[in-house]
Design a protein around this ligand. Structure first.
Ligand SMILES: [Zn+2]
Length: 133
């Protein structure tokens, strides 16, 4: 067991992130405190974090694809752990989604007419297939 220096709670070593440069190999803050600290930092330094990520991605263009290949089930596992995340995100970001859809429709007029045509054809087909039974 190990005590978190932030919240002073005693927790199992698995509740602490690994830190190679520490004597016991573990972070002094528990995962929960660490994730709050990271979230606060990211919120306070949005531009800095964005710039650093852009720089890293430019220097390591294959990192994300390689990581996904090495961790093929990560997304599925995360989604299983957070089943309502996507639905909640869509509710919280309804405006953002609407704007994104509007932009997509404006940028893809040929796709929109294809979708309209398919819908019309399906409707006509459904009517044509009606049988008297
Ligand atoms: Zn803690």
């Amino acid at each position: 067991m190990k005590r978190c220096t932030k919240c002073s709670e005693t927790k199992a070593p698995s509740e602490f992130h690994k830190r190679k440069n520490r004597k016991n190999g573990l972070s002094s803050w528990c995962k929960e405190c660490d994730s709050i600290r990271c979230r606060v930092y990211r919120m306070a330094n949005v531009d800095k974090v964005k710039a650093r990520m852009a720089k890293y991605n430019a220097e390591n263009p294959n990192y994300q694809t390689e990581w996904r290949t090495e961790n093929p089930n990560y997304q599925a596992r995360w989604q299983a752990k957070n089943p309502n995340y996507q639905a909640n995100w869509r509710i919280v970001n309804a405006d953002k989604l609407r704007a994104r859809h509007a932009r997509w429709r404006a940028e893809n007029p040929e796709m929109m007419s294809a979708i309209r045509n398919r819908r019309r054809a399906r409707k006509l087909g459904a009517l044509g297939n009606t049988t008297a039974d």
